[in-house]
Design a protein. Structure first.
Length: 531
């Protein structure tokens, strides 16, 4: 089979290190724990999930105000997670299994405990003052402008620092001061961080809030926000033109190494604006997350429209990304739980959609077993933004620590762990895990799914159907989003009379010859049919 860039055809699996696997009983996931679970991710056989890469959310030293997205040292490992030697071993062990490793790069802000910020805040005239964004209060003591923190609980993204009587900017928590990317020394220091990890052998980076870094150097007010949010391009606190210069600089640096990549977290929902992050000459991000799926209702029409709108603005040569869950949003299993049997069936349909569309799929840990959000009682809440439920421990088995830990887990184990876990699903051919494994290994063997063309077919209400094609290989994917039988009228769509059912989300439906005029689907069923 021809090969393309690995990050275009591979499946990428996100690990939230704190919650994946604890190795020493302290209740906190760690790097040795991840190493011990690599065989689950890819042991080279279809008994494993078969992913091509992992993305590790931050494991750096951090006071954990934002669970690692407040970094106090970019070039080390938090002792909770292990050591740099453990990291090197993780890269070695992953690479041995053909798994690439992406690390999280958090360039917009540091921790307020980072030595750079400690120095910056210590005097108005010190050498690192200009590394952050400092401004005098208004005449009445008010903050410098009307911007708002991303976290509603924070509100004003400016904190007055009594030591020097100026405000500093923090787009997120007060413990996450924004770096001043207009300062060339900041750029040079952060480029060194990229080099540090590249030299250690990482295959690339997930770039945190890649659309933020640059903002209006004059810090002018945002215009009043219309109900429904800002239209694209009018905010002054993010998505500023200079950010593209910064991303081009990252890209040039990465291009100096062999076969590395960057995927940006670009929190922009307007696809036309989002795709600018690939760069006019495809010289910025290799991939830019498209978060549209996180906000779609469970509707064939909504997902189809989202895919088509995105594809219609995607520049020639740029490549889509799809994702249904991550550490910042309720898990897909819970978002789309219509209750009863439909909830699990929808999870299966979502899996088939994610792994058959034209684009790079990102899977969030636990998604492969249909792990729902955990229950987090008020006295165990640790996140300022309500994201604890999607960060509960990976459910490896039905024991008290879910196989995640022998100790007290830092976050309660979800009550579903007793039945929804890897051990229970591993040997069950009808399980969600078995479906994921089949889908991923099927995808690995299929040029049409990995890089073939995409064409949506039909407009049957409740059905999302498309054809993926590469050379002789032609696959029809039909996804029934409704809890009732449906059929796709193949004859009016010019499809052949018969095909071969390769895979159904319904474990009771065996592969084999199948009629497509019409193609009949069960309630909440998805199928892949070879034409
Ligand atoms: C996006 C990350 O995904 C989120 O978890 C974090 O809180 C913010 N960026 C700030 O770093
Ligand atoms: Ca641990």
């Amino acid at each position: 089979m021809a090969t393309g860039d690995w990050w275009r055809h591979g499946v990428i699996y996100q690990i939230y290190p704190r919650s994946f696997q604890d190795s020493n009983g302290d209740g906190i996931g760690d790097l040795p724990g991840i190493i011990s679970r690599l065989d689950h991710l890819n042991d080279g056989t279809p008994d494993s999930l078969g992913v091509d890469a992992i993305w590790l959310s931050p494991f750096y030293p951090s006071p954990m105000a934002d669970f690692g997205y407040d970094v106090s040292d970019y070039c080390d490992v938090h002792p909770d997670y292990g050591t740099l030697a453990d990291f090197d071993e993780l890269v070695r062990q992953a690479h041995r299994r053909g798994i690439r490793v992406l690390v999280d790069f958090v360039p917009n802000h540091t921790s307020d405990q980072h030595p750079w910020f400690r120095e910056s805040r210590s005097s108005r005239t010190g050498p690192r003052r200009g590394w952050y964004v400092w401004r005098d209060p208004g005449a009445d003591g008010s903050p410098p402008n009307n911007w708002r923190s991303y976290f509603p609980a924070v509100g004003v993204p400016w904190t007055l620092d009594p030591a020097t009587g100026q405000y500093y900017l923090h787009s997120f928590l007060p413990q996450q001061p924004d770096l001043n990317w207009w300062n060339p020394e900041v750029r040079a220091a952060m480029h060194d961080v990229l080099r540090f990890w590249l030299e250690r052998g990482v295959d690339g980076f997930r770039i945190d809030v890649a659309h933020k870094m640059a903002r209006d150097p004059e810090l002018r007010d945002n215009p009043p926000e219309p109900s429904g949010g800002f239209p694209a391009g009018v905010r002054r606190d993010e998505d500023w033109p200079e950010v593209h210069v910064i991303l081009r600089e990252f890209r040039r640096l990465l291009d100096g190494y062999d076969d590395r990549m960057a995927v940006g977290e670009v929190g922009i929902y307007d696809p036309a604006r989002l795709v600018r992050y690939f760069g006019d000459a495809l010289d910025e991000l290799h991939l830019a997350f498209n978060f549209a799926f996180l906000v779609q209702p469970w509707s064939a029409e909504a997902f189809r429209a989202s895919v088509e709108r995105y594809q219609s603005v995607l520049p020639e040569g740029a490549w889509p990304v799809y994702t249904l869950s991550n550490h910042d949003n309720p898990r897909a299993r819970s978002r789309y739980d219509g209750g009863g049997a439909s909830g699990e069936r929808r999870t299966r349909v979502g899996a088939m959609m994610l792994l058959t569309l034209r684009g790079t799929p990102f899977l969030y840990y636990g998604e492969e077993i249909g792990q729902p959000d955990g229950e987090v009682p008020p006295d165990r809440v640790v996140d300022v933004h309500g994201r604890d439920p999607e960060r509960t421990p990976m459910q490896w088995d039905g024991g008290p620590g879910a196989g995640f830990t022998g100790g007290d887990p830092w976050m309660p184990v979800g009550s579903a762990a007793r039945s929804v876990n890897v051990a229970a699903q591993r040997a069950d051919p009808a399980s969600i895990l078995s479906l994921y494994r089949r889908l991923i290994w099927y995808r690995r063997s299929s040029a049409a799914l990995r890089w073939g063309s995409y064409e949506s077919v039909g407009r049957t209400p409740g059905l999302f159907a498309f054809v993926r094609e590469c050379g002789e290989e032609r696959l029809l994917v039909a996804l029934n989003f409704r809890d009732e039988p449906a059929h796709l009228d193949g004859s009016s769509l010019g499809l052949p009379h018969r095909g071969r059912l390769e895979l159904s989300t319904d474990p009771d439906r065996a592969p084999g010859a199948i009629g497509i005029q019409p193609l009949r689907l069960g309630p909440d069923e998805g199928v892949i049919v070879r034409l």
